[in-house]
Design a protein around this ligand. Sequence first.
Ligand SMILES: Cc1cc2nc3c(=O)[nH]c(=O)nc-3n(C[C@H](O)[C@H](O)[C@H](O)COP(=O)(O)O)c2cc1C
Length: 389
Amino acid sequence: MPVITCIDDLKKIHERRAPRMFFDYCESGSWTEQTFRENVTDYDKIRLRQRVAVDMTGRSQKTQIIGQDATMPVALSPVGLTGMQHADGEILAARAAGKFGVPYTLSTMSICSIEDVAENTEKPFWFQLYTMKDMDYTTRLIERAKAAKCSALVITLDLQILGQRHKDLKNGLSAPPKLTPKSIANLATKWAWGLEMLQTKRRHFGNIVGHAKGVTDTSSLSSWTAEQFDPALDWGKVAKLMEMWGGKVILKGILDVEDAKRAAELEPDAIVVSNHGGRQLDGALSSIRMLRPIVDAVGHKTDVHIDSGIRSGQDVLKALAMGAKAAHIGRAYIYGLGAMGEAGVKTALDVIQKELDTSMALCGRQTIDQIDPSITLIPEDFEGRWHTT
Ligand SMILES: Cc1cc2nc3c(=O)[nH]c(=O)nc-3n(C[C@H](O)[C@H](O)[C@H](O)COP(=O)(O)O)c2cc1C
């Protein structure tokens, strides 16, 4: 068992273990990847304020996220094709999150289906919805998530059309991988991944194949996805989806103050400041730069969460100090899953909790509710002076 000290250690093992097309799918941003890079590097510009001689006994990271108890203010983001990073990936990640005591979000584009994850895990999970033109299918998805007792619906708003990720096109990304001379050469070096994959039946998009009209196998799936994501999604439709669901709702993918205000009018349980991990609009600002303006505008009306670029407990602490009520992680746990399955997701969560605990302590804070803006040092021009005209 290698010594894992940080999330980057898991990433290196994930890269060695998973087929190139799936590691690249995870480690990509759209177009030039500027936003993908800045999501991470902008956290480095924020510094923490060291405080000393504060009683540090009885520390805790316990909190509530949308009214649900959590071991720390971190949730696992929805990630498509998780079951291709490691066999049965969604089930393993949901189990690790459940045992650790943080929410897991299942993607619409998962390999394991909603029902499969519900049957094979013990704790309720959140379900992420992509809205499709086929309203019958969308309605059934919502009904299926209700039947599986999902404890929140996460509606993603920033993917009506898909940002281009060059590597996916070059690698011919597909699930399961299509066999070409290039993919066969790469798969031949990934025997541990392959052996595990041979032992599972979960190799297709479980929420779609057999559920959406006209999709019986994955060969028709890519065209179905391109055709079916609903480009006409608007705030009226979002309100209808929230009504159909009737339970806790999180609106994900908000990066603009005006959009945050519109979203808050719908009274969701939380919004997530997010640019989809830099995978959609290349050239957009990083999430952390947009956090404070959005918290200032709507933080009194709704909980503001954040994702995109979080790779450490220090990043979580910075986001909390700047007003986020929770931080969602995508790649940070996928690296763990791709590296060593359920144990890897647990390791990623352990790493982040330990970093958060120690950093809180060294900033003189024992509990989550003691975290406030005064523990950060933020460059004066951090949010930037941008002109819209
Ligand atoms: C490989 C990958 C697949 C993703 N798939 C989805 C998805 O199916 N639905 C969704 O709402 N967001 C998806 N996202 C975005 C994540 O939910 C989240 O916003 C992003 O990963 C956060 O950035 P981070 O990876 O830097 O933590 C995906 C992200 C990655 C990296």
